[in-house]
Write a protein that binds this ligand. Structure first.
Ligand SMILES: [Zn+2]
Length: 183
């Protein structure tokens, strides 16, 4: 049988320049830790102690000043984010947010992202017509360029290599796009 051949074009409207191109690390936010510090009078400090009593916060460090026994300094962690605004209303309290991350290592993010046009292709074996997206094509990363294997399996009769697909390269699509983003 003669293998049917198709050329799959890139959808020019789908081309985007990736802002993080070349990056191999992504920070994934996990939790937010809310720390506070306080330097003020005992009246406001006692309000903090009230929050600690109902477990909204915990005071981790207290500094007493011998030279000025009207002032007290402390640090702590705020546990209940629903009470942040209430907590902030205490005078002399400063809040600091620390975002915790998980670092994910990966292959460099390609310069462009894009989609292929889901055009119609067909099976050389059974003659069925179907959309390109119904094929089980596999994607590889080859020297930083996206590369698609032309191994294709017919979704109707399950024949492997049921047709031959040629994929447009991003380079070619950029030429078609004829813009000054070409380098
Ligand atoms: Zn088929």
């Amino acid at each position: 049988m003669d293998l049917l051949k198709y050329f799959i074009e890139i959808d020019l409207d789908s081309i985007n320049v990736n802002a993080n191109a070349g990056n191999t690390i992504t920070h994934i936010p996990t939790t937010i830790e809310v720390k506070f510090d306080f330097i003020g009078d005992y009246e406001n400090f006692n309000l903090l102690k009230e929050f600690e009593k109902d477990k909204t916060c915990v005071i981790t460090e207290i500094t007493y000043f011998e030279s000025n026994d009207k002032i007290i300094k402390c640090n702590g962690i705020l546990y209940n984010p629903n009470k942040i605004s209430e907590f902030k209303s205490i005078e002399y309290v400063n809040i600091e947010y620390n975002k915790n991350y998980v670092i994910l290592n990966h292959f460099p993010i390609p310069k462009y992202s894009f989609k292929y046009i889901d055009s119609e292709v067909g099976c050389s074996e059974c003659g069925s017509k179907f959309n390109f997206s119904e094929l089980e094509a596999e994607e590889y990363d080859f020297d930083g360029e996206d590369y698609y294997d032309t191994t294709t399996k017919c979704p109707k009769c399950n024949t492997w290599d049921c047709c031959e697909i040629e994929y447009e390269t991003i380079k070619n699509a950029l030429i078609r796009l004829n813009t000054n983003i070409i380098k």
